[in-house]
Structure formats: structure tokens, C-alpha cells
Design a binder for this molecule. Structure first.
Ligand code: GYE
Length: 322
């Protein structure tokens, strides 16, 4: 009896295994291919975002075709066209700039390939050209920085002269971090943007622009408003070389809240860092799966974020993930 039941169990187990093997084979046949066009590798934020997308694709069993556009729109357009030609199931991309996407997005639509935007927005009239947009609210980030500045200078008569290091010209975060700040300070005449130039979101760019600002404006600058940590870190180097103490002589406002930003806060050189999370991979993969399964996804998925003033940096750094 025992032998028989053991044999029966054996058959049952092997049948179950065959069945399981059968399902995984068919799951493999239906494996989703995602074409992802990344902006580049301009910043620590971007590097963390790339890691997040790649590892989330692996965890989700999604076949990822990854392409780096080296911060050039023409490269992104070329990558998207190649994804269309390869008949990927879904295209996702982080658009380097906001404008100029209609033609290629219409090509994707004609090929019936759904498009998901991550991180940065596009400026298109026909919003059916993309399924959803997953990422931060950059306008709100700018407002958060503006409110922090208002609070910081509420007892000072001014003028408060701001030197702005803008991100990539025409990109959503550069446009909106500027606009968000303006929205808050525009009715307060003591705040003045005395200089504004793009450092393209890079450390080298931030340093170079700040060198020029320091030469032209020197001690007139009260605030450096850097659109990301890499540019803030470059500006810190330039200020120190020019004999200006970042964080003391000049208030430094930054965005992203990367580990590098936190270290600069702990060193007293960045005064406030507005958080922007690059860890969008898991949300992207779940949206990809939903879209392929024909499920409805919200048109806008906004990342949860906060503001870190320098006095919380030391206690918060150990829990930071990027
Ligand atoms: O702030 C910056 C990166 O689009 C939110 O791009 C992203 C920005 C981020 O280069 O560091």
C-alpha cells in the first residue's frame, strides 16, 4: 500500500512539475519586451534611475532593451524609431526636453505600441500619444524651495540676490523648478534673480557657470539656486576657489537629495535639498505589465517626496537609497 501511494505521489509530483514547466515555457513565450530610452548619465540621479530601471526589469522578468541618448533628443528619437522597428511591446522614455515629440510619438501610435513617460514630461497637444507619465511634480519641487527661502529670509529686509544654475535647457525639471520658485517669490520684491544660466545638470557645468557668476557678481550673491545636486557640488568647488564660503556666505539650495547632496549638507555647504526620487523602476514595470494586460492605468503617477534642510542630514543619510 505504502509503495503504491508513494508511487502515486511520485506521479502526482512529476505531473505537477511538468505542468509548472509547461506554464513557465508559455510565460516565456509571452515575455514582455520593453524598449527604454534613457536621457544619459549626466548626474548621480540619472545613474540611480538607470540602476532602478534595469534591476526592476530583471525582477519583473521583462526583457529590457536599454538605450542611452547622451542627452541628445535626436538620439532618443532614433532609439524610439528602432524600438518601433523591432516591434517591442512597450516603449518607455525619459524625454530630455519637453517639445518636439509629436512626429515620433505618432509613429509609435500608428504601430500600436503604447508609450509610457518616466521622470520628465512632454509638451504635446494630443495626450493620447502616451499612456501615462510616472515621475515627480517638478513645479511643486520649485515651490517647496521657494517657500523654504521665504521662511529663511522672513526677517531680513533684502534684497536677496539669487544666482540660478538651471538644468538642461528646455527640460521639464529646468522649466518647472524655475517656474515653481517664481510662483512663490514673484510677489515679494526683495527676491531678485540676478543671474541665470544652464549648467546642463552636470558637475562640470555647474562649476563653470558658478566661476563666471562669482567673477561678475562676487559677494552680491546671497543664494545659489541649483537645479540639481551635481551642479550644486560643482558650484561649491567654484565658490571655494573664489574665496566664498558655500552654506555660510551664500545659501545653497539644491534638488534631488542624493547621497552627495547629503554629504555636502553635513559639511555645512548645502543648506536645503529638495527631494526628487529616481527610484522609478518598480512603478514603471508594474505599469508596463498592466498596459500589456489591457488594464487601465492612471494618466499621471506622482512620486512622493519631501524637503531636507541641512540640520536633518546627518540623521537621515543612513536611510538614503541613492
Ligand atoms: O534632477 C537631475 C537629472 O529629470 C529629475 O535630471 C531629473 C533630473 C534630475 O539629471 O539630476
Amino acid at each position: 500500500m505504502r509503495l503504491i501511494s508513494r508511487l502515486a505521489l511520485g506521479t502526482l509530483v512529476s505531473t505537477a512539475m511538468t505542468f509548472a514547466a509547461g506554464t513557465s515555457a508559455s510565460a516565456q513565450e509571452k515575455q514582455i519586451t520593453l524598449g527604454f530610452s534613457q536621457v544619459g548619465a549626466e548626474s548621480a540621479w540619472r545613474t540611480a534611475n538607470t540602476v532602478s530601471v534595469k534591476s526592476a526589469a530583471k525582477d519583473a522578468g521583462i526583457n529590457l532593451k536599454f538605450s542611452d541618448a547622451q542627452q541628445k533628443q535626436e538620439n532618443q528619437i532614433r532609439a524610439i524609431r528602432s524600438f518601433i522597428a523591432q516591434k517591442v511591446n512597450v516603449i518607455a522614455f525619459s524625454p530630455v526636453v519637453e517639445s518636439g515629440w509629436e512626429p515620433v510619438l505618432n509613429e509609435a501610435k500608428a504601430a500600436h505600441i503604447p508609450v509610457i513617460l518616466t521622470d520628465r514630461a512632454v509638451d504635446v497637444k494630443d495626450t493620447s500619444l502616451y499612456v501615462t507619465m510616472i515621475g515627480s511634480d517638478f513645479l511643486e519641487e520649485g515651490r517647496r524651495a521657494g517657500r523654504w527661502l521665504e521662511e529663511r529670509y522672513k526677517n531680513e529686509p533684502g534684497p536677496i540676490n539669487i544666482a540660478e544654475l538651471q538644468g538642461t535647457v528646455g527640460s521639464a525639471p529646468a522649466n518647472d523648478r524655475h517656474a515653481g520658485l517664481m510662483e512663490v517669490v514673484k510677489n515679494d520684491p526683495k527676491f531678485k534673480i540676478i543671474a541665470s544660466q544652464s549648467g546642463d545638470f552636470t558637475l562640470a557645468g555647474g562649476k563653470q557657470v558658478m566661476e563666471a557668476f562669482a567673477k561678475t557678481y562676487g559677494k552680491q550673491i546671497n543664494v545659489v539656486y541649483a537645479h540639481n545636486d551635481d551642479m550644486a557640488l560643482g558650484a561649491i568647488q567654484a565658490m571655494e576657489e573664489a574665496g566664498i564660503k558655500p552654506g555660510k556666505d551664500v545659501t545653497v539650495v539644491s534638488f534631488d537629495a542624493t547621497k552627495g547632496g547629503f554629504e555636502a549638507m553635513i559639511a555645512g555647504k548645502i543648506n536645503v535639498d529638495v527631494e526628487c526620487s529616481p527610484l522609478l523602476g518598480p512603478q514603471l514595470m508594474s505599469a508596463v505589465k498592466d498596459v500589456v494586460a489591457g488594464k487601465q492605468v492612471p494618466k499621471r503617477i506622482v512620486t512622493n517626496e519631501t524637503v531636507f534642510p541641512m540640520n536633518v542630514a546627518a540623521q537621515t543619510l543612513p536611510s538614503r537609497k541613492y
